[in-house]
Structures are given as structure tokens and as C-alpha cells.
Design a protein around this ligand. Structure first.
Ligand SMILES: Cc1cc2nc3c(=O)[nH]c(=O)nc-3n(C[C@H](O)[C@H](O)[C@H](O)COP(=O)(O)OP(=O)(O)OC[C@H]3O[C@@H](n4cnc5c(N)ncnc54)[C@H](O)[C@@H]3O)c2cc1C
Length: 375
């Protein structure tokens, strides 16, 4: 089997396939694994989504990261929770619906009144807080640690990772694939597209399509003295999310839904304007802190129109499996992605998850379920 892309998704697929005895080669353009989107993530892991599909992927992945943390400490999984705050009636209604769905699926999300919100995040502006939700097993992983853990597990099970090996062309005749890359060519019976923000280009090499667009996302670091790590605090109305790093400073994110697709990965100057307009509402203390432009960064979300990943067999190309389009959720959903792909390929169907909402054909069928908790 050949997997195109050694980000967290490709590595998770490789690790799981090799653990089931499959002969796996991963081909990666860059000189090291995880150096495209995966290494640039904020590290957030949460079960607080609005759709059953995403909640199921999160529940599986949280357990997997908890196990991996116990066994290796490599993911650096710190479970300080995610705290979502509603400051108006509409966001409160949305939070309530999501909270009820999460609880119905076994996630222990708690409903908080304004005083309980402030007890968990005394640094936020209290004015107008109506309610909040908190899930204690949410948290943050270290992206580099996750890449290292998955790479080691994959290699330990015999996976070959070809670095500096961009896939440039793929020929498929229904009986297998011939994959041409930087250093030559390999053949494969099954091909997994895990090319992140480049997934569409890889699909097109076989005349297929997946609607994955690269969208730049930015993170800022505000300098401050060391302090206790906080939950990831999300002001749902403005979309700003904030967490304190134990070593000092506040990591702040905001994803402007108006941002157009593109490949730039330098920090967008408009991001700072977006923050300046939005942080005073719930996080006015940040306005008093210096922002370190040298420690702000950006990268690409591999986005889809419905903010769900695309996981499944291509409807037109036998042997081609897509595992792409994880948007801002790829790091957290990688363990689940690997499990879904191994079951699809080795068992013939996925039994751990209902992959119907993630199937590649849903776009052509116009049958989309949209995730709205997009950060
Ligand atoms: C600023 C920012 C913050 C984020 N925060 C979070 C977060 O808090 N939580 C979370 O879960 N996610 C977060 N994400 C999203 C997360 O990083 C992505 O969803 C995830 O990394 C996607 O993994 P991937 O393996 O699909 O993509 P990638 O890591 O991009 O890997 C794809 C790989 O495929 C390779 N490739 C592409 N084309 C070819 C080719 N033709 N031949 C060979 N190799 C090829 C690329 O070089 C790349 O290494 C964030 C992303 C950004 C940018």
C-alpha cells in the first residue's frame, strides 16, 4: 500500500495499517514528516462539536491520546478542558443543543452558569455571560510530539517513509497503481490520499476530485509571566479562543470565515486587525499585553465545504481511499482517521464509526451535514 503524505493523518493510517500486518510505504514531498500543516497546529483536542460524526471521532481520539500519553508521554496531552462561553441568546441556544447531543453520546460535557464560567476563567470580561460548557477531558497535545509518536510506531511496524519524494504522477488501470515520485516509482494495490492541503491535486492525478481547499489560519502569542495553564477558552460569539501556556504567554486564535483559499503561510496582517476588533469584548486583558510578532505563526487548514473530513473509497477509482479535508481538526482526529482507514481497507468496512457523513460522494449527491463549531 502507498500513502501519499506524511502528516499526522498519513502517519496515523500507516501506523494502523502496519499494525494489521500490511506492507506500507509513505511518500512525502518534504524532508521530514509533519512539516506542512501538522507541525503548525495549535494542538487543541475537543469533543465539543455539533455533529455526531465529529463527536464520535473526538471521543475515540481522546481515548487514544490518553493511552498514548500513559504509554509514551510523547503527545504531551494536557487535559485542562475546553470552556465555551455564550454571551448572547443565540449562542446559548446553540451551545445547549450541542451540549445535549454530546451528553447523549456519552461525553461528560457540563453546563455552567455565569459564576461557574468565571470560576474557571477569572480573566474573562464578565459582562453579558449567559452560560458556558466545559469538558474536562478536552485539552492540548504537542503537535511535534504526536508526529514523533506516530512516526516511531509506524517505523517500528515496518513502514517505509520516503522523504523528499514528491508524488508527481499516478497511473491506475483498475488492477493497481504505479506511483511516480521524486526518486523513481513504486506499485501499489491500494493508494491512500493523505495529502492534506494538496489532496485535490493528488486526487486529480487519477482523474478524481475531493473539494479540499487550503485556507490560511493564524495564531498569536501575547507575552506574559508564567502561570497555571488554563482551559482553552472560546468566546463563541466572536470566535476568539485563548489559552495560557504554562511557561508564560497566551496563545490566541481566530479564524475569519471570510478568508479566501490560498497557499500563503506567512502571518496575515489582517489577522491582527481581526484580533484588535474582537478581543476587547471577552478578553480585554490581552490589550494590555505585548504581542510578539516573531512568535506568531500561520499555516493551512485543509478545508471542506461542510467542515467535515472526507474519509472513504473514491466512487470512481477502485483502490483509491481518501483520508483528507480535516480542516482545523486533523491533529485531534488523526487517531480516529487511522482506525477508520484500516477498517475500510483491511476489514472491507468501517465498524467503529459511521462514515456515511464523511463519504467522498456526498458533495456530488448534495447531501451534506454542516459542522458549525469551527474555530
Ligand atoms: C494555525 C493552525 C492551527 C491549527 N490548530 C489545530 C488544533 O488546535 N487542533 C487540530 O486538531 N488541528 C489543528 N489544525 C489543523 C491541523 O494542523 C490539520 O488538520 C492537520 O495537520 C492535517 O493533517 P494532514 O496530515 O492531513 O496534513 P499535513 O500535515 O499538511 O500533511 C500532508 C502531507 O502531504 C504531503 N504531500 C502533499 N502532496 C504530496 C505529494 N504530491 N507527494 C508527496 N507528499 C505530498 C505534504 O507535504 C504534507 O506533509 C491547525 C492548523 C493550523 C494551520
Amino acid at each position: 500500500m502507498v500513502i501519499v503524505g506524511a502528516g499526522v493523518i498519513g502517519l496515523a493510517c500507516a501506523m494502523e495499517l502496519a499494525a494489521r500486518g500490511r506492507d506500507v510505504t509513505v511518500l512525502e514531498t518534504l524532508a521530514a514528516p509533519g512539516q506542512a500543516s501538522s507541525s503548525r497546529a495549535n494542538g487543541g483536542v475537543r469533543a465539543q462539536f455539533t455533529t455526531a460524526a465529529n463527536i464520535a471521532l473526538s471521543m475515540f481520539s481522546i481515548e487514544a491520546y490518553e493511552r498514548l500519553e500513559r504509554d509514551t508521554s510523547l503527545p504531551g496531552f494536557r487535559q485542562h478542558g475546553y470552556l465555551l462561553i455564550a454571551g448572547d441568546e443565540e449562542t446559548e441556544r446553540g451551545l445547549r443543543t450541542a451540549h445535549d447531543l454530546q451528553r447523549s453520546m456519552g461525553v461528560d460535557t457540563r453546563w455552567l452558569g455565569p459564576d461557574e464560567v468565571l470560576a474557571k476563567a477569572p480573566f474573562v470580561e464578565p459582562e453579558g455571560i449567559r452560560a458556558g460548557t466545559f469538558h474536562a477531558r478536552d485539552g492540548v497535545v504537542d503537535p511535534a510530539g504526536v508526529v514523533t509518536a506516530f512516526e516511531r510506531l509506524a517505523r517500528a511496524n515496518g513502514v517505509t517513509i520516503g522523504l523528499g519524494s514528491p508524488v508527481t504522477a499516478i497511473d491506475g488501470d483498475g488492477g493497481g497503481f504505479r506511483v511516480r515520485h521524486g526518486e523513481g516509482a513504486v506499485t501499489a494495490g491500494v493508494l491512500v490520499n493523505a495529502a492534506g492541503a494538496d489532496a485535490r491535486e493528488v486526487a486529480r492525478m487519477l482523474g478524481a476530485d475531493v473539494p479540499v481547499e487550503p485556507v490560511r489560519r493564524n495564531l498569536a502569542l501575547f507575552l506574559d509571566a508564567p502561570g497555571d495553564p488554563t482551559p482553552m477558552v472560546v468566546d463563541v460569539a466572536t470566535g476568539v479562543l485563548v489559552r495560557r501556556e504554562g511557561a508564560g504567554g497566551w496563545v490566541v486564535a481566530y479564524s475569519n470565515p471570510q478568508d479566501r483559499p490560498g497557499r500563503a503561510t506567512s502571518v496575515d496582517p489582517a489577522f491582527f486587525e481581526d484580533l484588535a476588533a474582537r478581543i476587547p469584548e471577552r478578553f480585554p486583558f490581552l490589550a494590555e499585553l505585548p504581542l510578539d510578532p516573531a512568535r506568531c505563526w500561520a499555516g493551512l487548514y485543509p478545508e471542506t465545504p461542510d467542515h467535515h473530513a472526507i474519509v472513504g473509497r473514491d466512487p470512481g477509482v477502485p483502490g483509491l481511499v481518501h483520508c483528507v479535508g480535516f480542516g482545523g481538526h486533523g491533529l485531534m482526529h488523526a487517531p480516529a482517521a487511522g482506525r477508520a482507514v484500516v477498517e475500510l481497507i483491511v476489514d472491507g468496512a468501517c465498524s467503529t464509526f459511521d462514515l456515511r457523513p464523511l463519504r467522498p460522494s456526498r458533495f456530488a449527491e448534495g447531501d451534506l451535514v454542516v459542522e458549525t463549531a469551527v474555530l
